[in-house]
Design a protein around this ligand. Structure first.
Ligand code: ATP
Ligand code: TZE
Ligand code: MG
Length: 273
């Protein structure tokens, strides 16, 4: 099973997929550097006039609504339509939708006009998309995540999209499979945009892998294990951030094999892929 994960990791490095990333202003440079370290080729094309054609030539589209405005909304709509037309996989990061209601409506509109392969948010954001009560502070989730496996499962079922909910533990569901990933480090809560970086990396894994659950699992293991390794060498956020990018570059199959901690809830992971 881990062999499938490692193949996805190696395929990103081999194929260097072009990722059209429409991400937020806070993390735009971090996301570009993370994608480069991981072996993908990022391009942050944000003009509404350029979006349709650029998505058409990309291997995946990453949409992050963290600092959305009128212009970016148009960019995202044009890219979403292009992705559907040209069969480009799409990962959506609904940043802030738990605190700003209009963002929920925007994500639901994207689901109507496009083919969204994965929605990845923190537990608070995913719960709000399902209409379940939660606790957040702005873009951060304060939810304990106890019912996250069921929430992911129900949302995946109702919109036919793979769902990833992050926090101390991370959960994936495509309505058929429910997976928990236990890797990670609390240091991720001390830097901005750890979730955004995860989303960008997930677009890179989805670009080389048609199975959205396997792509999501590979991105979660890669990011969280790179974070663990970085945290073992740094106790301060600034150093952690730098080392995290280094380990996205250093990461290989052996490190993943040594450290991966995940299981299928109510099933046998070995039969999943
Ligand atoms: N307490 C924790 N322990 C271990 N790993 C964590 C913890 N909190 C977050 N992570 C990891 O950090 C990454 C980002 O998750 P998080 O839920 O913080 O996303 P987010 O709130 O969307 O982030 P951001 O808005 O800062 O981009 C995930 O890979 C997750 O596993
Ligand atoms: C801090 C912040 N504000 C809007 S987006 C963002 C990055 C983390 O989601
Ligand atoms: Mg966070």
């Amino acid at each position: 099973m881990l062999d499938s994960v490692i193949k996805v990791l190696n395929d990103v490095r081999k194929k260097t997929p072009l990722i059209h990333a429409i991400t937020n202003n806070v993390v735009i440079n971090d996301n570009a550097n993370a994608l480069l370290s991981f072996g993908a080729s990022p391009a942050m094309v944000v003009s509404p006039d350029e979006a349709y054609d650029f998505t058409a030539i990309s291997k995946a589209l990453y949409i992050n609504i963290g600092t959305i405005n009128d212009e970016i909304r148009h960019t995202i709509i044009n890219s979403t339509l292009s992705a559907k037309e040209h069969k480009v996989p799409v990962v959506v990061d609904p940043v802030g939708c738990a605190a700003i209601k209009s963002r929920v409506d925007f994500v639901k509109m994207l689901l109507k006009i496009g083919n969204i392969d994965i929605i990845k948010g923190n537990v608070g954001e995913i719960k709000v998309l399902l209409g379940v009560e939660t606790k957040v502070r702005g873009v951060d989730s304060l939810d304990d995540g106890n019912d996250a496996p069921d929430v992911c499962y129900e949302l995946a079922n109702s919109i036919n999209t793979t769902i990833v909910a992050t926090g101390k533990f991370d959960y994936i569901s495509d309505s058929r499979r429910k997976i928990i990933v236990k890797n990670g480090t609390e240091m991720f809560t001390k830097i901005t945009g750890a979730g955004c970086t995860l989303g960008a990396i997930m677009a890179a894994t989805r670009a080389v892998c048609d199975d959205s659950v396997l792509a999501a699992l590979t991105a979660l293991l890669a990011v969280n294990i790179a974070g663990e390794l970085a945290a073992e060498e740094s106790t301060l956020p600034g150093t952690f951030r730098t080392k995290f990018y280094d380990y996205l570059y250093i990461l290989n199959g052996d490190l993943i094999k040594e450290r991966a901690k995940f299981e299928e809830i109510g099933g046998k992971i070995s039969e999943t892929f």
